[in-house]
Design a protein around this ligand. Structure first.
Ligand code: CO
Length: 211
């Protein structure tokens, strides 16, 4: 059987199971969504945010791109952030990177072209921002440290966006969290947090988590 047909069959089974558990499962969802979280993560197929946090449909608004980058000029990302903060009023935004990220590896070492190369310009900025620290590390530790530093830089970038600054100024409850996901043990590791009271000029780099 063609692989894609498995998806349709699996979906049928999933929907039937949900209905067996709760006859209102889907009719309840038509009413609307009230997620508490916005997740900004990498598109990597191994890092499925709702699965790895055991979140049911309706619990998490999600944006994913290669290397979980925050570009304030990216209308795709910024419309997701605006809708999540202003309409859904999520209380938390999580920017999550992951070790062994191919996008981060490429930002460091090249080897990609076209759209992927262009997209990774933001990640190459992160390399430039932290050049001294990265150069001082053994070569095999650089990419995973860059994953952590990238989460830091993207979270600060997110905090500076008009949408987040407006919410902070209005006293809307909103916290930003920088996490990293470890493919080897399936665990999320918190790196840093930013809220309305955090002075953005003074956000320190996270400790090195993975050695
Ligand atoms: Co990745």
């Amino acid at each position: 059987m063609r692989e894609y047909k498995h998806l349709l069959l699996a979906n049928k089974a999933w929907a039937a199971e949900r209905l067996e558990e709760n006859a209102d499962y889907f009719t309840r969802q038509i009413v609307g969504q009230q997620p508490e979280f916005l997740w900004i993560g990498c598109s990597d197929s191994r890092v499925a945010p709702d699965q790895l946090t055991n979140t049911e449909p309706g619990g998490m608004f999600i944006h994913r791109n290669i290397a979980n980058l925050v570009d304030p000029g990216d209308q795709n990302l910024m419309s997701v952030v605006q809708f999540a903060v202003e309409v859904l009023k999520v209380g938390h935004i999580i920017v999550c990177g992951h070790y062994a990220c191919g996008g981060i590896q490429a930002a460091l070492e090249g080897g990609v072209d076209g759209h992927v190369h262009d997209w990774l310009a933001i990640a190459r900025n992160v390399v430039d921002n932290h050049r001294d620290e990265l150069d001082a590390l053994p070569e095999d530790q650089r990419a995973n440290r860059l994953v952590e530093l990238n989460v830091h830089d993207q979270l600060v970038q997110l905090a500076r966006t008009d949408v987040v600054q407006k919410a902070f100024a209005a006293g809307q409850p909103l916290e930003l969290h920088g996490w990293v996901y470890d493919l080897r043990d399936g665990l999320l590791k918190p790196l840093m947090e930013i809220d309305a009271n955090t002075p953005l000029e003074a956000v320190t780099k996270p400790e090195k988590v993975l050695v």
